[in-house]
Design a protein around this ligand. Structure first.
Ligand SMILES: [Zn+2]
Length: 348
């Protein structure tokens, strides 16, 4: 690392360049990559730059840095990639004191700092060590000529942290649904969805159930929806919906098919929307319907759910039975009266 002071006489355009400080470090014994060593040198240069600013008391003095490693210049100017902690900390140190536009590229054969790191014979000692690279002494050189190239970090650079992203579409949706797990009342879910919808539509009441159904179906039945949206809808036999002959209605809701097209009952009852019994929201919905039926039994609750245009898929009956089993009011109403154990009879 070499620091030079360049002074230009504005009147005579005379240029004076001189070495004011030079520093070099011994390479550590452990295996370290060349870009890491170059980065250490760049960090050292910034520290020296800060030191000189403090000592010279010349705030108008501009600082420019040159480095012969394009990898390091890439690290400094990079905004997007994440580096390993070691590189990250040093780049941060450099960015604390300098901006990427202050950094420029210099060819290795022009770089006087190389003399310190490589070593040289007195006979071959170049004056560039004392007076800097030739272009600095050129009166026509101006700092405004420095283009501040945008150096790129190569994708295969060993210092770029490899980020492996595994994304499963349905898992993402399930992750999204987990934000509702902390709510224990269906009415709360209803009001949250209403609030969200009211941001975009004026009359959200009619769309709340539709939105909840779409959200759940996309999370739990995304594969089936994809298969049904193909030009020739073909559902896999292994699907839990296979026996329900499902279809997607005009509003995008997945509904149970069947032979009740000619029935006079409402469309939503003939072809109820599919709701996954596993979902937490479904559990809250079924519990709310159970309360609406004045805590009636399993079949009455399931019928009430069907009348609301919903069909619980994969063990819906078990879900309703579990809700009734854990319902405090039902336990109290249906529980057998307790009996008291009588004391022993007297002697006679
Ligand atoms: Zn109950």
């Amino acid at each position: 690392m070499c620091a030079y002071l360049r002074i230009v006489n504005q009147n005579s355009q005379q240029v004076s360049v001189t070495l004011i400080m030079g520093k070099s470090r011994v390479t550590p014994k452990r295996a370290v990559t060349i870009p890491i060593l170059e980065l250490q040198a760049a960090t050292l240069a910034v520290r020296v730059g800060d030191f000189l600013t403090q000592e010279l008391h010349k705030p108008e003095c501009q600082q420019h840095y040159w480095c012969d490693s394009k990898s390091v210049l890439g690290y400094i100017s990079n905004e997007a990639r994440r580096f390993h902690t070691y590189v990250c900390n040093r780049v941060q140190r450099i960015r604390d004191s300098t901006t990427p536009t202050q950094w420029n590229y210099i060819r290795t054969d022009e770089n006087p700092a190389d003399l310190a790191s490589r070593g040289t014979k007195v006979s071959q000692f170049s004056l560039s060590w004392l007076y800097g690279p030739e272009f600095l002494s050129d009166a026509s050189f101006s700092v405004s000529d420095l283009c501040g190239d945008n150096f790129k970090v190569h994708e295969d650079d060993p210092e770029v942290r490899k980020v492996v992203t595994l994304t499963t579409f349905s898992e993402d949706k399930l992750e999204f649904l987990r934000i509702f797990d902390k709510y224990s009342e269906w009415e709360r879910i209803w009001s949250i969805i209403r609030c969200i919808l009211s941001l975009t539509i004026t009359n959200p009441e009619d769309r709340i159930m539709h939105s909840i159904l779409i959200m759940l179906q996309k999370a739990y039945f995304s594969e089936e929806i994809d298969q049904l949206q193909q030009s020739v809808p073909q559902l896999k036999k292994t699907s839990v919906l296979y026996k329900l002959d499902p279809f997607i209605d005009q509003s995008g809701v997945l509904r149970v098919g069947g032979r009740l097209k000619n029935s006079l009952a409402p469309f939503s009852v003939n072809h109820p929307a599919v709701m996954p019994a596993k979902a937490h929201i479904t559990k809250l919905f079924a519990r709310s319907v159970h309360k609406e039926t004045a805590h009636q039994g399993r079949m009455a609750t399931i019928n009430a759910i069907r009348l609301k245009g919903v069909f619980l898929v994969s063990q819906g009956n078990r879900l309703v039975a579990s809700i009734i089993h854990h319902c405090v009011k039902c336990q109290r109403l249906r529980g057998s009266p307790m009996t008291q154990k009588l004391s022993d009879l007297p002697e006679e």
